[in-house]
Design a protein around this ligand. Structure first.
Ligand SMILES: Nc1nc2c(c(=O)[nH]1)N[C@H]1C(S)=C(S)[C@@H](COP(=O)(O)O)O[C@H]1N2
Ligand SMILES: [Mo]
Length: 324
């Protein structure tokens, strides 16, 4: 039986209208009655696992980790795979689904380098075998003001970090995405300083929520969602979750991230979801849940750290207005 995440309890009744509260509660009870939070019943899971081994090559077997399942309805697959930010394939959200087919995701090598005792170049299969694959249902919120709820498949990045043994100089982790003009039409435009680079502080990267991700909705990642391997950092704005990663580098100084270089006043290094600190162009106080928008659909209140309050300790004593 899947259980409600502990951190979901941080939605205080005082923060939401009685109507929303009643609806959320009703929905949760309905999901319980169906057998699971998030709409995936145990029988369905068992069935999925059973044919995951044998069926289509896209299937990816994983065991649901019930500690990381949000109670919200999952975003329809169609929406999650046709409304994407992946600038290497164009800046329009409908473009990646149309143009990312040209990305060759095998063979694929990820180079682990920098301040580690055991630098290594890993092919995708070796990387995927570093730890058991888990399914986790996470919220992901874009700084543009929309959010989704997606069943991702991967494992905590900490599994990999421990194996490569960072040196005492390793204070940050930098992620670099592929930037290949021949496969990625968007890289011909200089909207960003290619390659796409993102970064985390070491303790953020070690947090169990930081997911090295290979699949979603029971299958390997569609190219437009960052195949064959990406990060998912549910307490940070979507752009921190680099797609199609080819290099993970451990550094002593703070990585220069692509979005921070492009617009330092808009995108800071930390970029934690924070309803109290607005982006210069978009309010961060509320969000539109993709797949449920309609004329009468109310926006949802955005939660501190996107509802993942367990990360708060990483930032204690930091002024989050300054370190945005
Ligand atoms: N390499 C790369 N990674 C990227 C992006 C990108 O343009 N290039 N966009 C980011 C942004 S802004 C968001 S919101 C998420 C979107 O992930 P999704 O398409 O799976 O929802 O990917 C992030 N990772
Ligand atoms: Mo985003």
């Amino acid at each position: 039986m899947l259980i409600q995440r502990k951190s979901d309890n941080i939605i205080l009744p005082s923060e939401i209208t009685p109507r929303e509260f009643v609806d959320a509660r009703r929905q949760f009870l309905k999901q319980l009655a169906m057998g699971a939070a998030g709409g995936t019943g145990l029988l369905e899971m068992a069935g999925r696992q059973a044919f995951a081994q044998s069926d289509s090559p896209r299937k990816l077997a994983a065991t649901t980790n019930s500690s990381y399942v949000v109670m919200d309805n999952r975003t329809p697959y169609k929406d999650a795979t046709t409304y994407n930010n992946f600038y290497e394939f164009g800046t329009d959200k409908s473009e990646p689904a149309k143009t990312a087919g040209s990305l060759k995701t095998r063979p694929w090598t990820v180079s682990i380098e920098g301040e580690v005792s055991k630098p290594v170049k890993l092919d995708l299969d070796s990387l995927m075998k570093m730890a058991p694959l888990e399914e986790r249902i996470y919220r992901l919120r874009c700084v543009e003001g929309w959010s989704m709820v997606i069943p991702w498949i991967g494992f905590s990045l900490s599994n990999l970090i421990k194996k490569v043994e960072p040196t005492s100089n390793a204070k940050y982790v930098e992620f670099t995405s592929l930037a290949d003009r021949s496969q990625m039409p968007g890289v011909r435009d200089d909207v960003l300083n290619w390659p796409y680079v993102e970064g985390l502080r070491m303790d953020e990267a070690m947090h169990p929520l930081a997911l090295l991700t290979f699949g979603m909705y029971g299958e390997v990642l569609p190219n437009q969602n960052g195949a064959p391997v990406r990060m998912v950092l549910p307490w940070k704005y979507g752009f921190k979750s680099a797609k199609s990663i080819v290099r993970i580098r451990f550094t002593s100084s703070q990585p220069k991230t692509a979005w921070n270089l492009a617009a330092p006043h808009e995108y800071g290094f930390y970029s934690n979801v924070n309803p109290d600190v607005d982006h210069p162009r978009w309010s961060q106080a509320s969000e539109r849940r993709i797949g449920e928008d309609g004329y009468f659909t109310k926006k949802r209140k955005t939660l501190m750290f996107n509802g993942y309050s367990e990360v708060a300790g990483l930032y204690s004593g930091m002024d989050l207005r300054k370190y945005y």
